[in-house]
Design a protein around this ligand. Structure first.
Ligand SMILES: [Mg+2]
Length: 354
């Protein structure tokens, strides 16, 4: 028995080094909340709730309130009997934070890295990651660093502009480097058809979220007509949407963001459903801070071999909760120490009053 005696939540905001342009506007900072659970035998578990912009769910302030209330409800409970967690907060990011902190506690207690604790012997020790790039110069830098998969946002400019940029990127990073494009629901069906047709000679691994109105049947038809593999992300956040999409066979890849879909358990369940349906899984952060980033890395690793995941996002942040392992040759090594492997920096915690 290990009773939770303290649950503390502190809000933070992590500035980006430079604004990240998306079709929904520029992101300049990432506001979120940090959770610390303590047990009566002195162990600590950490979690982070940083809601993803443009995804369903409450904003950062409401998320922090939901997290506080949910975490308070855990005080007095035996942490060893809390997996899977019996509570389901109304904020997916808060649910993710609570699951992360409980899994951190449990994995530390079991003296296992969180990935091993979640996935057993199937867990990977390294996870391939993609580089998020904007142009051919970025592509050259990323491939020189050893990234084997590149991802580029499209849809914010004209198709001609996107096409020129992608062609230059492809020249700078020829196959076998994999190239992905994410349209973040920018296009109508006719525009998406034109775009995918234009992109077809570039041999993209997939195009993510091409449609503004992404019904499963419209996505399935687009995939059939274009011959370009399609990935889902923000259109399949609700479980019912995810299930409908899998049932139509519209997508070849499914992006899973633990902070947007509600945590580690949900991510692993959906990954299992994807595999049964022959759909590849890509785990990504939502440009979260390092505690959520580590949790994403562990849950990705717990699933065994995956296509390159969207976990190399820490460099976008000017400041972070702690230092993440560096990307080496396009891979992240999963921390070998128990639990998440790292706690937030003590100087940052002091600033937050934790
Ligand atoms: Mg996406």
């Amino acid at each position: 028995m290990a009773v939770i005696v303290d649950a503390r939540v502190a809000r933070f905001s992590l500035p980006l080094r430079e604004p990240l342009r998306t079709t929904r506007g520029a992101i300049t900072s990432r506001p979120g909340a940090l959770l610390r659970l303590r047990t009566d035998d002195g162990l600590e578990g950490w979690g982070e709730a940083t809601p993803v912009p443009g995804f369903p769910g409450p904003d950062a302030i409401t998320t922090a309130r939901v997290l506080e209330a949910s975490a308070r409800g855990l005080v007095g409970a035996d942490s060893e009997t809390l997996w899977p967690p019996p509570i389901h907060p109304t904020s997916p990011a808060a649910a993710f934070a609570i699951e992360t902190a409980l899994a951190d506690l449990a994995a530390v207690r079991a003296a296992l890295p969180m990935a091993r604790w979640l996935g057993g012997a199937a867990a990977s020790e390294r996870v391939a990651v993609n580089a998020l790039i904007a142009d051919a110069d970025d592509a050259r830098v990323a491939t020189a660093k050893g990234f084997k998969t590149l991802k580029c946002k499209v849809g914010a400019d004209s198709l001609e502009h996107d096409m020129d940029r992608l062609r230059e990127i492809r020249e700078a990073a020829p196959q076998p480097v994999r190239l992905r494009a994410d349209a973040n629901q920018a296009w109508s069906v006719p525009d998406a058809r034109r775009a995918l047709e234009a992109f077809s000679p570039l041999g993209l691994e997939y195009v993510e979220e091409p449609l503004r109105d992404p019904s499963p049947s419209a996505l399935a038809m687009l995939a059939r007509q274009s011959g370009v593999a399609i990935a889902s992300d923000e259109s399949a956040v609700a479980r019912s949407d995810f299930e409908a999409l899998l049932a139509t066979g519209a997508v070849s890849f499914c992006v899973l963001k633990p902070s947007a879909i509600g945590g580690l358990v949900e991510t692993r369940l959906r990954a299992q459903a994807c595999r049964q349906a022959g759909v590849e899984v890509v785990v990504t952060t939502g440009l979260d801070g390092a505690i959520a980033g580590l949790a994403c890395l562990h849950v990705a690793a717990s699933l065994g071999a995956l296509p390159a995941c969207g976990l190399a996002t820490a460099h976008w942040l000017e400041r972070d909760l702690c230092v993440l392992p560096p990307v080496q040759r396009g891979e992240l090594a999963v921390p070998r120490s128990s639990g998440l492997g790292t706690a937030p920096d003590s100087s940052y915690l002091a600033e937050l009053g934790m």
